[in-house]
Design a protein around this ligand. Structure first.
Ligand SMILES: [Zn+2]
Length: 697
């Protein structure tokens, strides 16, 4: 499947029209299709014009008599290939062309971009079709920046030795040519996860390159692997994903075919040559179309071909090929939670079914997940048949149909099977958010389907206050109003146990909201000197929660606050007069007080944080003004002196947690404290007391 669909067929599919078509297939048998098209989502957009158009199409089906018959492959022997635009009447005609082996690259409305050989061209022209030639600039090529099978092996082994805690590779089988002693290629898959975190984790499976010539897909798979490895410990989302997910990646499902593609051959299938096609030229040649060989609804003549030389030859039996057998066994064994199969090209996110126009039982949820992935990357989401024709025996129909795994075929960007080197990184970067989303959604895909996105998290730290603002949107996930959002620090908790965010405009009434929360100072004190993840999860008015977004709460630049906690109680009122907590000196209680000073190691700053004026420095038992100014207080024994003890006189006396002010010949108890003021961890606090007393009581 490598089609781009921009036309009206899919839009029409949302209208409740019944059509009956009968089409003749290549074998001469007649296949009757009865189709009831149902709305896939509640939000249908039927319009009068679409209905008229559809009636026109139905009339077209009735009139459709002459079906294209291709000559046998033997007579299509010319190696010359053409790229043409071809107008088709309806999807039934397109289906017939595809099933007969026409190499359809793109579909726009009712025009197909088709690659064909000389014999096919002559046959079409004999049928009266008008072909408009497109300059065949996109001849099969293998740009130098693309990695071969051997390059992939080196890549995987190098990464495995460099990141042994994050990546394990597995050889899950042999290619057809290896099984038959013709080459030495294995089928490799890698598991990416933080192995130190050994609890069971939800699993994503990303498989690429079922079709050999779709050479951008192994590159995307390998770029994804590198992205995860390099950004682990740097990017909060990727770090969390590798700690909490197993991401399995198979960069080359079809290494034999890829070896041909790497020779700049226009190769699609694997290299099974039990049946030979002596006169064919690629892609019309021997080999099995691996994406028609899976065992769910395998063998339908609409959507695959029984003819060995055909482009979509499905093989002798379901799972007849070693490549599909290996993937089948892996998928069954690993019990994946979500599956993505990469193809090129078309910028589409497709979901089952592919073998029928009928919607799948979970069509609404599959559509919601596909839509979310597609919208984030500028692709289009639709049922697999949205490309314009049916395909049977594909990967995703099997993994969804037999195992119930939410499964997606992504036709990536690039606009060609052989994108230039200059486009390679761009194609990956564009697709990246969809892959990340699939991994995030892997724990409960259907439950988060349609749940709102947290598009952005802004963390503003003004020591010790932290404000978190999140931009939340349901634009790509159903368009419902945002109902709630909550924040978790360090670990993602159960729903309803986080810190609630409030709408910045005071009201949750639209599909886009900024929501905010101000964190308690305790959060700063707890995490100062550290970097921990923050999670924001939002819920829309239907009660659906989306996937979390993750940002760092990065307080590494802040020194760890002092640990002692001292409360001074004013004896006349019985209220807390000052509290030293987490390195801050509050007036009143820390809970609702005003920060007078910040203590960091031996320095004391005015106000909150270390950007204020440096008021005092502690040197042993003395307090100096500023960095190294005159000594203004000294702690000696249980007395605090004004200036150096030698020439000063005590201004406070500390006895039994009571602080007594000494004024001339009289003395008065002014504070009681809840710690031993004279020593231990409260030593610094003891030195601070004169300052507090001097300035504030
Ligand atoms: Zn493909």
């Amino acid at each position: 499947m490598e089609l781009e669909k921009m036309g009206t067929l899919t839009a029409s599919g949302y209208c409740g029209i019944v059509s009956h078509t009968s089409l003749k297939v290549r074998t001469g048998r007649s296949l009757s299709i009865s189709r009831q098209e149902k709305p896939l989502t509640k939000r249908t957009h039927c319009c009068w014009l679409t209905r008229v158009f559809y009636r026109f199409l139905v009339a077209g089906f009735v009139l459709l008599i002459a079906l294209l018959q291709f000559p046998s492959s033997a007579s299509a022997a010319s190696p010359d290939r053409y790229l043409v635009r071809l107008h088709f009447k309806d999807r039934s005609q397109l289906q017939t062309w595809v099933d007969n082996g026409l190499d359809v690259w793109e579909v726009h409305g009712t025009t197909a971009l088709v690659s064909l050989g000389n014999g096919q061209r002559l046959a079409l022209e004999a049928e009266g079709f008008s072909l408009s030639d497109v300059n065949l600039s996109a001849r099969a090529s293998f740009p130098a920046c693309y990695r071969t099978y051997d390059d992939m092996l080196l890549f995987l082994h190098e990464r495995e030795s460099r990141y042994p805690q994050l990546l394990h590779s597995f050889d899950i089988g042999d290619s057809w040519e290896k099984q038959n002693g013709l080459a030495d290629r294995d089928l490799y898959v890698v598991q990416l996860t933080n192995l130190e975190n050994s609890q069971p984790k939800p699993k994503l499976f990303l498989v690429a390159e079922h079709h050999a010539r779709e050479i951008i897909t192994p590159e995307i798979a390998m770029d994804f692997i590198d992205d995860l490895l390099v950004n682990y410990g740097q990017d909060p989302t990727i770090t969390w994903l590798l700690d909490n997910r197993e991401i399995w990646v198979m960069p080359m499902a079809n290494p034999d075919g890829y070896a041909r593609a790497a020779q700049a051959e226009d190769w699609r299938k694997n290299a099974n040559r039990s049946e030979r096609c002596p006169d064919g030229s690629p892609p019309w040649s021997y080999g099995v179309d691996l994406n028609r060989n899976y065992g769910y609804q395998w063998g339908l003549d609409a959507g695959s071909s029984p003819e060995p030389c055909n482009l979509t030859y499905r093989g002798e039996a379901p799972f007849s090929e070693p490549e599909t057998q290996a993937i089948r066994d892996l998928v069954r064994q690993q019990d994946f939670d979500i599956l993505v199969s990469l193809h090129s090209y078309g910028r589409l996110v497709l979901y089952p079914w592919a073998h029928t126009w009928e919607p799948a039982p979970d069509a609404a949820d599959l559509n919601a997940l596909a839509t979310r992935m597609a919208k984030a990357v500028g692709y289009i989401a639709e049922q697999s048949t949205g490309i314009g024709y049916m395909s049977s025996g594909d990967t995703t129909d099997w993994s969804y149909g037999e195992l119930g795994i939410p499964s997606f075929t992504i036709e990536v960007g690039g606009g060609s099977f052989w994108p230039a080197c200059s486009l390679k990184d761009q194609i990956y970067q564009e697709l990246r958010p969809a892959l990340i989303y699939a991994a995030m959604a892997a724990d409960h895909p259907y439950e988060v389907a349609g749940g709102p996105d947290v598009r952005q998290i802004a963390v503003d730290v003004s020591e010790p206050r932290i404000a978190v603002r999140a931009r939340i949107s349901d634009q790509w996930t159903g368009g419902n109003a945002i109902e709630a959002a909550e924040l978790f620090i360090e670990t993602l908790g159960e729903p309803g146990t986080g810190i609630a965010l409030s709408p910045s405009d005071g009201d949750c009434n639209t599909e886009n909201e900024w929501m905010t929360t101000h964190l308690d100072d305790n959060v700063f004190m707890q995490y100062a000197g550290q970097r921990v993840p923050l999670f924001v999860v939002a819920q829309d008015a239907t009660g659906t929660r989306g996937v979390p977004a993750i940002a760092w709460l990065d307080l590494r630049e802040y020194m760890v606050p002092q640990s002692q906690e001292v409360t001074l109680w004013a004896t006349d009122t019985g209220e807390p007069a000052f509290e030293i907590r987490g390195g801050y000196v509050y007036e009143g209680s820390a809970h609702n007080g005003h920060i007078l000073m910040t203590v960091r190691d031996t320095r004391i700053y005015r106000g909150a944080g270390t950007l204020g004026e440096l008021l005092y420095t502690l040197h042993g038992n003395q307090v100096q003004a500023g960095e190294a100014g005159p000594v203004i207080y000294t702690l000696r024994g249980n007395e605090i002196y004004d200036g150096p003890a030698a020439n000063g006189h005590p201004i406070f006396r500390i006895e039994n947690d009571r602080l007594t002010e000494v004024t001339g010949s009289t003395s008065e108890v002014v504070f009681t404290a809840n710690v031993d003021l004279a020593g231990g961890t409260a030593g610094n606090a003891a030195l601070l007391l004169p300052i507090l007393a001097d300035r504030r009581y």
